[in-house]
Write a protein that binds this ligand. Structure first.
Ligand code: SF4
Ligand code: SF4
Length: 622
């Protein structure tokens, strides 16, 4: 029998509703703070199956024993089925229990026997134990979930657990005694925790596989076994007696007439998750005042165990169990039963338990306070009542679980609701801000677009104007590459530049060094590096002279140049006039001095020079 985890949570199906976390009586389900997926802490689990029953998307499954059972049957070895009497509540769709017995035989089981006989044996053991009262009160140990709970969470109560095996294990011992040690045993019942319980027994108590009723139904379907094809068949001996009442929680007491009368009896029977938790807690703290034995079942009786078909109706099952018990009793041979019971009276039903303390250390008060503050529940620190929607009975217990790493703050609806509202508020504000930013962005984009268009337009106009000038105009960048050159510049540079212009219109991007002679080029590089202008400098170019003005447009970034061909008639005349004026201005003082010395000669010189100017100006006008 495999010992893989009893329950598993499948994240692909899990919807993170945390119903499992809330219902787990021992907080064996931890929520990962990163993935937010729950997972079962195997060591803490008591196998109750509450999480499995609570998980509506069926994300929780339990360890299947179907293939194991199939293999046992196919092995060729003799396999005996031991059937829990809760079959009467589960298989009410099968008209007669004898049909049910035959259906199991048809699966390939060599023997089909009843756990009821094991119940009869164990019940006798309890009767003896309780009648032989030596001052110690006992907790009956038939429910494996209760046994696991005490071993893990109340290990100090282990000595109060009745030292008797469960009816399932007792039935296995009977089968081994009847059919030998080699017989394989498959228990069929309503309990999932029994799968883990069976792992603890070897020798004559060994059980090779534990099938739930749901798994048995799957096998019937797989093998296409229907009662309509089958004849009646009786259980194999030894047959049970009032042990058939075992699926009802006080059935085991009534099986041997243990006195449960409220006035004269000294045993309390209770069932169900919360009653079980409270019963063990009170047994621990108040047994000196309670002074009763406890007969406790985790489920609402085995008839409602998690291995039964879901949706079962408790009181219908209750009736079906009692009717079945009555029917069996009518046909039971009491003498044969007595002989069987006496025959097995020597069977060793003793059991020992082992502590497996899973209690976590209590966090410090400071830590608990810190968590309560974090979830805004510090006002609830001493309040022992809570909404319980987180799965804990009060906010303090919840804070302890968070501090122990078992729970996350989001499991508190109030906290997560508040967080959600806060989140929505923040989201709304962010959205509004975003909308405003988007609008501002749109306006600024539009503005930038207009500016760009207007710049392009202006640039186009300037470019057209530059193209009309007779002087050459050039703008270069920081690498002395041409950004703009007008037609006059290309023309002034001559043929070579005109050829480049054909390939690169406007010489855009051309290296100035490759177009100008070095002395000319150096003027530009000087202006670029020094940020100083060079004005109206005559530069020898080929056989002509160019008048060059170069000036920084933006410091160390752009440099502009105006180049005039001194041999162009317009430039030539203008230049002569300008230069003549300069000559006159510069030499006027000297001329006056000479005139003063030469008298009339000076006046004639002035007249003569003015005549030359006028003659040039009139030519220019023409
Ligand atoms: S109950 Fe099921 S679906 Fe919900 S959190 Fe638990 S495993 Fe996931
Ligand atoms: S089986 Fe029970 S104890 Fe185990 S995780 Fe599920 S609810 Fe918790």
């Amino acid at each position: 029998m495999t010992d893989s985890p009893l329950f598993e949570i499948h994240h692909e199906t899990c919807i993170k509703c945390y119903s499992c976390v809330r219902i787990c009586p021992v907080k064996a389900i931890k929520v990962d703070v990163n993935t937010e997926f729950p997972s079962i802490i195997r060591e803490r689990c008591i196998g109750c199956g509450s999480c499995y029953m609570a998980c509506s998307p069926a994300a929780i499954t339990y360890r299947s024993s179907i293939s194991e059972t199939r293999e046992l049957i196919a092995s060729g070895k003799k396999v005996a089925a031991i059937c829990d009497p809760a079959i009467s509540g589960e298989f009410h769709d099968i008209t007669d229990y004898r049909k049910f017995v035959q259906m199991i035989r048809n699966l390939g089981f060599a023997y089909v026997t009843e756990v009821s006989f094991g119940v009869d044996l164990v019940a006798r053991g309890y009767k003896e134990l309780l009648e032989d009262f030596k001052g110690k009160y006992h907790i009956m140990a038939n429910c494996p979930a209760v046994v696991f709970f005490i071993e893990k969470y109340y290990p100090e109560l282990i000595s109060n657990l009745a030292p008797l095996v469960s009816p399932m294990v007792a039935a296995a011992k009977v089968i081994h005694q009847c059919y030998g040690q080699d017989i394989k045993i498959v228990a069929i019942g309503p309990c999932i925790a029994a799968k883990d319980e069976a792992l603890r027994f070897e020798g004559d108590g060994k059980i090779d596989s534990v099938l739930t009723f749901v798994e048995l139904r799957q096998l019937f379907n797989e093998f296409n076994i229907r009662e309509s094809h089958l004849e009646f068949s009786e259980f194999d001996a030894p047959l049970g007696n009032r042990g058939s009442l075992y699926p009802i929680s006080n059935g085991i007491l009534q099986a041997v007439d243990i006195n449960e009368h409220l006035l004269s009896g000294n045993i309390i029977t209770t069932e169900g998750r919360n009653n079980m938790l409270n019963a063990v807690k009170e047994f621990d703290t108040r047994i000196d005042l309670i002074r009763r034995h406890f007969n406790i079942f985790y489920d609402d009786g085995c008839l409602m165990g998690p291995g039964t078909s879901q949706g079962g109706e408790k009181f219908l099952r209750h009736t079906l169990v009692t009717e079945y018990a009555n029917k069996r009793l009518k046909t039971l041979d009491p003498d044969a039963w007595k002989r069987d019971i006496d025959g097995f009276s020597g069977l060793d039903l003793n059991r020992i338990y082992s502590a497996d303390d899973q209690r976590l250390p209590l966090p410090s008060e400071e830590k608990i306070d810190e968590v309560l503050r974090m979830i805004n529940r510090q006002d609830q620190k001493n309040n022992e009542i809570g909404c319980e929607s987180c799965g804990y009975s009060n906010c303090r217990d919840f804070a302890i679980a968070i501090a122990q790493g078992l729970a996350t703050t989001d499991m508190c609806h109030i906290f997560s609701g508040r967080n959600r509202q806060e989140y929505i508020r923040t989201l709304r504000t962010t959205n509004e801000k975003l909308a405003k930013t988007q609008e501002a962005l749109r306006i600024s984009e539009e503005k930038a677009k207009h500016e760009k268009e207007s710049q392009q337009e202006t640039s186009g106009l300037i470019s057209s104007m530059l193209q009309q000038l007779v002087s050459g105009v050039i703008i270069v960048d920081e690498n002395l590459r041409i950004l703009h050159a007008n037609k006059a510049f290309i023309r002034i540079l001559g043929e070579e530049a005109a050829m480049v212009d054909e390939v690169i219109p406007g010489l855009e991007g051309a290296d100035l060094k490759s177009l100008l002679p070095i002395h000319f080029y150096k003027i530009f590089s000087f202006v670029l590096s020094s940020d100083e202008s060079v004005e109206r400098k005559d530069v020898q170019y080929g056989s002509g002279i160019l008048n060059v003005s170069v000036f920084p447009l933006r410091s160390k970034k752009f440099v502009g140049g105006i180049i005039r061909d001194m041999y162009m008639p317009e430039v030539y005349k203008e230049q002569i006039i300008t230069r003549m004026k300069e000559v006159i201005d510069q030499n006027f003082d000297m001329v006056q001095k000479i005139a003063f010395l030469l008298g009339e000669g000076a006046a004639k010189t002035e007249q003569m020079l003015n005549a030359i100017i006028e003659s040039h100006q009139s030519q220019n006008k023409k």
